[in-house]
Design a protein around this ligand. Structure first.
Ligand SMILES: CC(C)(COP(=O)(O)OP(=O)(O)OC[C@H]1O[C@@H](n2cnc3c(N)ncnc32)[C@H](O)[C@@H]1OP(=O)(O)O)[C@@H](O)C(=O)NCCC(=O)NCCS
Length: 184
């Protein structure tokens, strides 16, 4: 069963380990934190920033990943999505898709956003497929938009609007419930 709980200070070490995992890092725009102290500074700022919110993804009550939204205080009411499953054993089993649905409910419900958008490296097929399954649409393609470890990467812009999620939600939730991934 997949659930979300609020990100907290006690998650510092697990986030540090997940973010430095090569299978997570390879799909991130930025370099991983250079030290635990740098990571702690980032987390402390994150947790006190009203513009951002984070949730830890739980699978059967165990922390397996992170979901973040940035842009909560903006007048445009759109949030940027960030996510990863840090626990390698939990990837490819539906946890990401279930967390995504729960996160979109929070984004459009609790946080009253009208749009959620994300930037995905163009060769991240897992993320592109998972986000398309929730109804994210492709809004743009940015050539050589990221540069990391000596290589340029193209980036796909994805987004979903509040009314699009409202229309898509019943089918997505039905599927996740039938799979036992979220509570009936
Ligand atoms: C991208 C990411 C968050 C997706 O999460 P995930 O849990 O691995 O993805 P899911 O398990 O939800 O979906 C992946 C596959 O599992 C399948 N799956 C397995 N069991 C499933 C179930 N019970 N219900 C639904 N889908 C299931 C999905 O159909 C999908 O397969 P497909 O792509 O062949 O259609 C995760 O792979 C990840 O963290 N990757 C590394 C970091 C990253 O890329 N982050 C995103 C940056 S934009």
């Amino acid at each position: 069963m997949i659930e979300l709980r609020d990100l907290e200070g006690a998650d510092a070490q697990r986030l540090y380990d997940w973010r430095r995992d090569s299978e997570v890092d390879r799909w991130m725009y930025k370099l991983p934190p250079a030290s635990f102290e740098a990571h702690q500074t980032w987390l402390d700022r994150f947790l006190t920033d009203p513009d951002r919110v984070g949730w830890v993804i739980l699978a059967d009550k165990q922390p397996v990943g992170l979901l973040t939204l940035t842009g909560l205080t903006g007048m445009l009411m759109r949030g940027q999505w960030g996510w990863y499953i840090g626990d390698a054993a939990a990837r490819g089993r539906g946890a990401g898709r279930a967390a995504q649905a729960l996160g979109l409910d929070k984004a459009f419900g609790e946080h009253g956003l009208q749009k959620v958008w994300s930037e995905v490296l163009a060769d991240n097929e897992t993320a592109l497929k998972a986000q398309a399954a929730a109804g994210f649409l492709r809004e743009g393609y940015l050539r050589r938009h990221a540069y990391k470890h000596g290589e340029y990467h193209d980036v796909v812009l994805l987004a979903i609007l509040a009314d699009e999620w409202a229309a898509r939600r019943p089918a997505v939730m039905k599927n996740l419930k039938a799979s036992g991934l979220i509570a009936p």
